[in-house]
Design a protein around this ligand. Sequence first.
Ligand SMILES: Cc1cc2nc3c(=O)[nH]c(=O)nc-3n(C[C@H](O)[C@H](O)[C@H](O)COP(=O)(O)O)c2cc1C
Length: 187
Amino acid sequence: MEKKIEYFETPGGENTERLIELVKERSEELGIKTMVMASVSGESSLKLAKAVPDAKIISVTHHAGFRGGDELELNPEFQEELEKRGIPIYVGTHALSGVGRGISNKFGGATPVEVIAETLRMFSQGVKVCVEISIMAADAGLIPTDEEIIAIGGTARGVDSALVLKSAHMNNFFELRIREIIAMSRP
Ligand SMILES: Cc1cc2nc3c(=O)[nH]c(=O)nc-3n(C[C@H](O)[C@H](O)[C@H](O)COP(=O)(O)O)c2cc1C
């Protein structure tokens, strides 16, 4: 099987529009409707929803307090627009840091889960994010684990990486299968 992977020269949000085009193409080719996207503000998910209106999109934002305080980082304008379109916005504990982040922040070192995250970052930040949000969305019952979905993530802002994968729940983490890389930034 021959497949195309597009590599972005530099990571970051400037790749968002092109990445969404590539996701649209691959979703049509494979007949995949379910997509999970990391979108802190909601902006990237809204762009995806406009580009692929018939997709079933799950938008995942940072947990409250990620940047301190108790606030969410969602932009109310994008949030409202996503809600109007019936797109669920998932907020929860990050699968690849979790309480482990609290332990390493307090005592130093790294937990096994953080080592998994750093290993996935050897591909790109976005690839790590794709895996993480797919576990989170599956655990929330928002995506199936018995069929392929498209996961989309990025580097701090916007999106630059997308995978076709079969997700899993956190208690079967290693059952997750990365089937195709649609695009990623060169680390
Ligand atoms: C649960 C979660 C975890 C994330 N982890 C990382 C990360 O480890 N590294 C990174 O560069 N970006 C991370 N991000 C940012 C996303 O990859 C993406 O760039 C961002 O959500 C896009 O948001 P926007 O639509 O507001 O631009 C994370 C986002 C979420 C929601």
